[in-house]
Design a protein around this ligand. Structure first.
Ligand code: ASP
Length: 364
């Protein structure tokens, strides 16, 4: 209960009761404003009434070459995307938060061996899985991230734990692995993460590397099929709050210790209730140098661009001029969605409160 300040002793008894009434009145107004959804949140801006929740997910911009995707694999990929959408949707439909929905959707994709995150992550130059993830909330711009981790079954959970249980934003390598153990998050042995197709892909790359002197780790990086499957999610919840998350094994054949854009706030992941939530996928080095996710938010904030124009400008103009291949998924505080990419396609899907739902890999 609020009490008058230390000067309260100077207030006569009758004045004190007026004081209490005034306080009750103010408290009542604050409560009413809260119920009407007019309270100010984290970033100091007013929340906007929305048409309901939206969840958008991606499963990476490295799509199979056109014509090589079998109907069975297509169905398998879409089924996994739909499972992830359902996991996030359940949370949003029961008034859960956008960050809980983002974590739930990404967890499903990390558990699926089809994507380059969690189980099924690509191997680095030395045949080891090193994973990166980030989570950011638009309210208050809270964020947590991990990079170069080896044991967490769900790196996105580790990113959330950094956000919730430390004063830091990014933990890396052995320190992050130790934090995962300390937090008692679910851990797995190295073999859990390495699937047979990923091992074969790595072995083939090693053979090619032996045959071609110019095929360093970059030889694997540059082929977009080897980037298949970074995962991400962005959401707007019924409370008007945005969130974004991204999780990846990075680039196949990468140098040990290499970190891409995914866990870097502002590069591969960003959320701000005043503008939008963004999760990126593509050749991370370009996304870092172009500050892709924050650039989209900044174009909205400083130049007043719509989400669609801002995302298009960054992905289809700036990144293309730069030579960076990939895409983003993004949602703004009104529930507008953008999913531009500048390569052949991007595994993606979305669901809205009104039941609208879709998945796509190329144009569709
Ligand atoms: N952006 C990720 C990285 O560079 C890879 C990807 O999205 O495919 O680590």
């Amino acid at each position: 209960m609020l009490t008058p300040s230390r000067h309260s002793n100077a207030i006569p008894v009758s004045g004190r009761s007026h004081w209490n009434q005034a306080l009750l009145c103010v408290a009542g107004l604050v409560l009413l404003a809260g119920l009407l959804g007019c309270t100010t949140r984290g970033t100091g801006s007013k929340s906007t009434p929305t048409l309901g929740f939206v969840l958008v997910i991606h499963g990476g911009s490295g799509v199979p070459d056109r014509g090589t995707l079998t109907p069975e694999h297509d169905a398998e990929l879409r089924a996994a995307l739909n499972l992830a959408l359902q996991a996030g949707e359940r949370i949003l439909r029961t008034n859960g938060t956008s960050s809980a929905a983002v974590v739930a959707a990404i967890t499903v994709l990390e558990d699926s061996p089809l994507f380059n995150a969690g189980r099924g992550a690509v191997l680095n130059r030395d045949g080891v899985v090193e994973m990166d993830a980030a989570l950011m909330e638009g309210a208050g711009r809270r964020a947590g991230a991990v990079a170069g981790i080896h044991t967490a079954r769900n790196p996105i959970e580790a990113a959330r734990a950094v956000m919730e249980h430390t004063p830091h934003v990014l933990l890396v390598g052995s320190g992050a692995d130790a934090f995962v153990a300390e937090q008692k998050l679910r851990v797995e042995p190295p073999n859990y993460f390495i699937t047979e197709p990923r091992r074969r892909e790595w072995e083939q790359w090693r053979r090619e590397k032996g045959l071609r002197s110019d095929a360093g780790p970059e030889g694997l990086h540059n082929r977009s099929r080897n980037r298949l499957g970074t995962v991400g999610a962005v959401a707007l919840d019924r409370h008007g709050n945005l969130a974004a998350g991204t999780s990846t094994g990075g680039l196949g054949g990468k140098r040990p210790g290499r970190v891409g854009d995914s866990p870097l706030i502002g590069a591969g992941t960003y959320a701000d209730n005043d503008t939008c939530a963004v999760s990126a996928t593509g050749h991370g080095e370009f996304f870092i140098r172009a500050m892709v996710a924050h650039d989209i938010a900044a174009l909205m904030a400083y130049r007043g661009l719509s989400l669609e124009s801002a995302a298009e400008l960054v992905v289809r103009r700036k990144l293309v001029d730069f030579g960076g291949e990939g895409g983003v998924i993004a949602v703004d505080r009104k529930g507008n969605v953008a999913m531009p990419y500048n390569g052949d396609g991007m595994h993606r899907g979305m669901v809205r409160e009104n039941g609208e739902r879709s998945t796509a890999i190329y144009e569709k």
